[in-house]
Design a protein. Structure first.
Length: 100
Protein backbone atom coordinates (compact mmCIF):
# COMPACT_ATOMS: atom_id res chain seq x y z
CA UNK A 1 0.00 0.00 0.00
CA UNK A 2 1.40 3.39 -0.96
CA UNK A 3 1.86 6.20 1.51
CA UNK A 4 -0.10 9.37 0.98
CA UNK A 5 1.85 12.52 0.08
CA UNK A 6 1.04 13.96 3.50
CA UNK A 7 2.39 10.86 5.28
CA UNK A 8 5.58 10.96 3.17
CA UNK A 9 6.06 14.65 3.99
CA UNK A 10 5.71 13.96 7.73
CA UNK A 11 8.12 11.02 7.54
CA UNK A 12 10.66 13.11 5.62
CA UNK A 13 10.36 15.98 8.11
CA UNK A 14 10.89 13.66 11.08
CA UNK A 15 13.89 11.98 9.46
CA UNK A 16 15.47 15.40 8.82
CA UNK A 17 14.90 16.29 12.48
CA UNK A 18 16.51 13.03 13.58
CA UNK A 19 19.49 13.66 11.33
CA UNK A 20 19.98 17.04 13.07
CA UNK A 21 19.78 15.36 16.50
CA UNK A 22 16.36 16.82 17.22
CA UNK A 23 13.08 15.20 18.28
CA UNK A 24 9.50 16.37 18.07
CA UNK A 25 7.36 15.84 21.15
CA UNK A 26 4.15 17.06 22.69
CA UNK A 27 3.91 18.91 25.99
CA UNK A 28 0.77 19.44 28.02
CA UNK A 29 0.66 22.65 30.02
CA UNK A 30 -1.36 25.71 30.88
CA UNK A 31 -2.43 27.94 28.03
CA UNK A 32 -0.83 30.99 29.63
CA UNK A 33 2.58 29.22 29.53
CA UNK A 34 2.41 28.46 25.80
CA UNK A 35 4.70 31.29 24.68
CA UNK A 36 7.16 30.68 27.52
CA UNK A 37 7.47 26.99 26.68
CA UNK A 38 7.92 27.79 23.00
CA UNK A 39 10.64 30.36 23.75
CA UNK A 40 12.47 27.91 26.03
CA UNK A 41 12.22 25.13 23.44
CA UNK A 42 13.43 27.44 20.68
CA UNK A 43 16.43 28.58 22.73
CA UNK A 44 17.36 25.02 23.72
CA UNK A 45 17.05 23.84 20.11
CA UNK A 46 19.31 26.63 18.89
CA UNK A 47 22.07 25.49 21.23
CA UNK A 48 25.08 27.52 22.29
CA UNK A 49 26.09 29.06 25.60
CA UNK A 50 22.64 30.57 26.29
CA UNK A 51 21.06 27.13 25.92
CA UNK A 52 23.67 25.61 28.22
CA UNK A 53 23.00 28.25 30.90
CA UNK A 54 19.23 27.78 30.63
CA UNK A 55 19.57 24.00 30.76
CA UNK A 56 21.76 24.24 33.89
CA UNK A 57 19.37 26.70 35.58
CA UNK A 58 16.32 24.55 34.89
CA UNK A 59 18.13 21.39 36.01
CA UNK A 60 19.11 23.03 39.32
CA UNK A 61 15.62 24.44 39.87
CA UNK A 62 13.68 21.22 39.37
CA UNK A 63 14.11 18.88 42.36
CA UNK A 64 14.68 15.16 42.11
CA UNK A 65 16.23 12.85 39.59
CA UNK A 66 15.03 12.74 36.00
CA UNK A 67 12.86 9.73 35.18
CA UNK A 68 14.77 6.69 33.96
CA UNK A 69 13.36 4.22 31.46
CA UNK A 70 12.68 0.75 32.84
CA UNK A 71 11.90 1.88 36.40
CA UNK A 72 8.61 -0.01 36.58
CA UNK A 73 10.18 -3.19 35.23
CA UNK A 74 13.04 -2.90 37.73
CA UNK A 75 10.54 -2.48 40.59
CA UNK A 76 8.53 -5.51 39.48
CA UNK A 77 11.65 -7.64 39.17
CA UNK A 78 12.72 -6.59 42.69
CA UNK A 79 9.35 -7.59 44.12
CA UNK A 80 9.47 -10.15 46.97
CA UNK A 81 6.87 -12.18 45.04
CA UNK A 82 9.25 -12.64 42.10
CA UNK A 83 9.90 -16.35 41.59
CA UNK A 84 7.36 -17.47 44.20
CA UNK A 85 5.39 -19.51 41.63
CA UNK A 86 2.05 -17.91 42.49
CA UNK A 87 -0.80 -19.15 40.30
CA UNK A 88 -2.27 -16.05 38.66
CA UNK A 89 -4.65 -17.86 36.31
CA UNK A 90 -8.38 -17.23 36.62
CA UNK A 91 -11.21 -19.69 36.03
CA UNK A 92 -13.27 -19.05 32.90
CA UNK A 93 -16.85 -17.93 33.56
CA UNK A 94 -19.59 -17.65 30.97
CA UNK A 95 -21.04 -14.54 32.52
CA UNK A 96 -24.61 -13.76 33.37
CA UNK A 97 -27.70 -13.46 31.22
CA UNK A 98 -28.96 -9.94 30.67
CA UNK A 99 -32.37 -8.88 29.41
CA UNK A 100 -31.82 -6.32 26.70
Amino acid sequence: MRKSPQRRAIDNYRSRLTARGMARFEVVGRDKDRQLIRMVARLLAKGGSDADRLRAAVTQTIPGEPPVKGGILRALLASPLMGSDIDTSRPYEEGRQADI
